[in-house]
Ligand binder design. Structure first.
Ligand code: FES
Ligand SMILES: [Fe+2]
Length: 441
């Protein structure tokens, strides 16, 4: 039916521009949920969110409320958060422990942690002679078609067919390697809980902004300047500049021209990497101690390779933005054509000294949290973008910046030298969008 109302989807996207309806049309949003978010691998959470048997976390995949739950055998299951009896939601809380089994609060049907039916009250007398019974698979809570875990990061796909998680991630898997390798034990642990932000804008606007190297020195200039002023005052008094101020003042000191010195690497499927821009390897005693611990664990050569990995952000299409050198990620959960939830999580490097965690926490609070001006600056842009796109002031969104200067090599698109502010990541995302939306047509 949707296909009839939205004929020829490809006409909405050209290599260098996109029709505004892609961000505003509810029927296109429904198709995106069906063809993108409810098919591709979507990040559910980290395995340390559910350490014990029965621990669960709710997660939205496309339009589907799901549960990530640890079973007694240690397996992590991803189930639809729905009771097969009369359809009630099984868990109303965001997270918790189900105990030995799930028990529906409506009529007390019970289920094992893998979703299989455990018991129905008075099952024999109530269901004798009906089509309903223990052998009927419809009696079980429905499972996500596929669940895979890469280095502790759990993903689910609601489609039975398609590439494996590693095939899907391709070179974007470096996000998880970088985040884990920075731990002397090769592992991270989630810090409970996350910040949750609802923005009044389409989910793609958030993703496009993640690799938009043109905006920081404009959008965040006032925040960066204010931080720079305070940082200089502190330096005058103490002779030192606290690293946390640098996280904010970089928005003023890294000018728009300098952003062109960085690079984006654009991969098939819409994934993308923005190379590093912020000096995150100071030579203070805490960092030097951390480097010693890392060298002890991995040897000097490997330590150097880990710490010089040149990444600022990795975008994993269609719903994850990972800042691996700072151990944080943002998961994007579309709620409607103009409403998007982001979950902002951060992690502790297992075995690393505490000050290194404090640094990640500072970045989490100062740059990514809903309390910071940086986040507020972005949210205002997102809302304004949605408002403008909903108007009849124009039909197209422009992604022309440095178009035609992209370098295609090894199956990916690199931005050319001094083209860090290229809109290549947006073009790459929309190329993937078109492929997913028109697949099989
Ligand atoms: S709806 Fe769950 S037991 Fe009836
Ligand atoms: Fe921003």
């Amino acid at each position: 039916m949707l296909q009839e109302t939205v004929p020829n989807l490809a006409k909405f996207v050209e290599p260098d521009r996109v029709r505004r309806e892609v961000y505003t049309d509810p029927s296109i949003f429904e198709m995106e949920m069906e063809r993108i978010h409810e098919r591709l691998w979507i990040y559910c959470g980290h395995e340390t969110q559910v350490p014990k048997a029965g621990d669960y976390y709710t997660v939205q995949i496309g339009r589907q409320p799901m549960l990530m739950v640890r079973g007694k055998d240690g397996t992590i299951n991803v189930l639809y958060n729905r009771c097969p009896h009369r359809g009630s939601m099984m868990c109303g809380d965001r997270s918790g422990n189900a105990g030995e089994f799930f028990r529906c609060s409506y009529h007390s049907w019970t289920f094992h942690h893998d979703g299989t039916l455990k018991n129905i009250p008075m099952m024999e007398s109530g269901y004798a002679g009906t089509r309903w019974g223990r052998d009927n698979p419809d009696c079980n809570m429905k499972r996500a078609a596929r669940v895979e875990n890469y280095r502790g990061f759990v993903f689910a796909s609601l489609a039975a067919d398609g590439p494996s998680l590693l095939e899907f991630l391709g070179r974007s898997k470096v996000a998880f390697d970088d985040i884990c390798d920075r731990s002397p034990e090769g592992k991270v642990e989630v810090v409970p809980n996350c910040f949750r932000v609802i923005q009044r804008s389409n989910w793609k606007i958030f993703l496009e902004n993640q690799l938009d190297a043109l905006h920081p020195s404009v959008t965040h200039q006032s925040t960066g300047r204010a931080a720079r002023e305070v940082e200089l005052q502190i330096e005058k008094k103490t002779g030192k500049i606290p690293l946390s101020y640098h996280m904010l003042s970089a928005f003023a000191t890294v000018t728009i021209e300098k952003w062109d010195n960085f690079q984006t690497l654009n991969y098939p499927g819409g994934h993308c990497i923005l190379t590093g821009y912020m000096g995150l390897r100071p030579q203070d005693p805490d960092t030097l101690e951390y480097e010693r611990v890392l060298a002890k664990a991995y040897g000097e050569k490997r330590k150097e390779a880990i710490l010089t990995t040149n990444i600022h952000h990795v975008l994993i299409y269609p719903g994850l933005s990972v800042q691996s050198p700072l151990q944080q990620l943002r998961a994007v959960r579309p709620l409607g054509v103009d409403k998007t939830l982001t979950e902002i999580w951060h992690f502790r490097l297992k075995g690393a000294p505490e000050p290194i965690y404090r640094r990640a926490l500072a970045y989490y609070n100062l740059v990514n949290s809903p309390a910071t001006l940086i986040n507020a600056d972005d949210l205002e842009n997102f809302w304004k973008a949605q408002q403008g796109l909903s108007s009849e002031g124009g039909d197209w969104v422009s992604f022309h910046r440095h178009h035609g200067r992209d370098i295609e090599k090894d199956g990916m698109v690199e931005t050319a030298k001094d083209c860090g502010t290229s809109e290549a990541p947006m073009r790459n995302q929309m190329k993937a969008w078109t492929q997913y939306m028109t697949a099989g047509q």
